[in-house]
Design a protein around this ligand. Structure first.
Ligand SMILES: C[S@@+](CC[C@H](N)C(=O)[O-])C[C@H]1O[C@@H](n2cnc3c(N)ncnc32)[C@H](O)[C@@H]1O
Length: 234
């Protein structure tokens, strides 16, 4: 079962947070990203539709169910959505800014994929273009050393159990959806990267680091959930 095949249908019900989405957009806009914006791994489009109020937005995601959820939103009218893999952007042009938000970057599997991804992003940015993304902080490995479990029931009666755990530089998210007649499981693996290695790889890929901060710039790097990273193509 592909990731987000079932979760894509319930993603907003599980994690949608209007205030957080607005904070994302405020953080993005603080870097003046220009007019053409390419959002990678746009998911259900909560950030995407807000960006579309001020930018021409192209949005890509691996999961058709996530794209379908995004497309159904009121602010999605003028957004070009594409189903695809952010590790292969050969079909796309060049943009003023490229973003990848809210844990999506962490689906990359190891530094070799990160280096190839940075090179791919760099080649689709105009000179001076912005690259904005976040990455799980190293603190999350300690946080999920003991399993974290959440459970709930969706409006259609489907029950869900969600277990997050961490081991050896990876975060595992295991979902079980209990439908009337069957149970569907989804297993997600995310990599937690060393920020020093990310910064070094950005430099080698042709980026100047503009800023790295914790949680929308509101937390120190050694005590935050996510590193927020802004870089410029040089
Ligand atoms: C945690 S969700 C975040 C979605 C969205 N960025 C947001 O802010 O809500 C992660 C998303 O990454 C997408 N994704 C994971 N790997 C991908 C890949 N290789 N290419 C494109 N999308 C990917 C998933 O389909 C999912 O929609």
């Amino acid at each position: 079962m592909a990731i987000y095949e079932t979760l894509g249908r319930y993603y907003d019900a599980l994690v949608k947070d209007e205030e957080a989405s607005q904070s994302w957009v405020d953080w993005i806009e603080s870097f003046n990203p220009g007019s053409d914006f390419f959002e990678l791994a746009c998911g259900s489009g909560e950030i995407t539709e807000r960006l579309a109020a001020n930018h021409t937005v192209t949005a890509l995601d691996l999961s058709q169910n996530m794209i379908d959820a995004a497309k159904a939103k009121e602010g999605a009218r003028d957004i070009v959505f594409v189903q695809g893999d952010m590790r292969d952007l050969h079909a796309f042009g060049q943009y003023d800014a490229i973003g990848c938000f809210c844990d999506s970057f962490n689906y990359l599997d190891g530094m070799d994929e990160v280096k190839a991804f940075f090179a791919e992003v760099r080649s689709h940015l105009k000179e001076g273009g912005l690259f904005l993304f976040d990455s799980h902080s190293l603190c999350r490995l300690d946080e999920f050393e003991d399993d974290y479990t959440e459970a709930g029931t969706f409006d259609d009666g489907t029950q869900v159990q969600w277990i997050i755990s961490a081991e050896e530089g990876k975060i595992y998210q295991d979902f079980a959806f209990y439908f009337d007649e069957r149970t569907v499981e989804e297993h997600h693996v995310q990599t937690v990267f060393d920020p020093e290695q990310l910064i070094e790889a950005l430099g080698k890929a042709g980026f100047e680091l503009l800023s790295i901060s914790g949680d929308f710039g509101e937390a120190p790097l050694d005590d935050c959930e996510k590193y927020f990273i802004a870089a410029r193509a040089v």
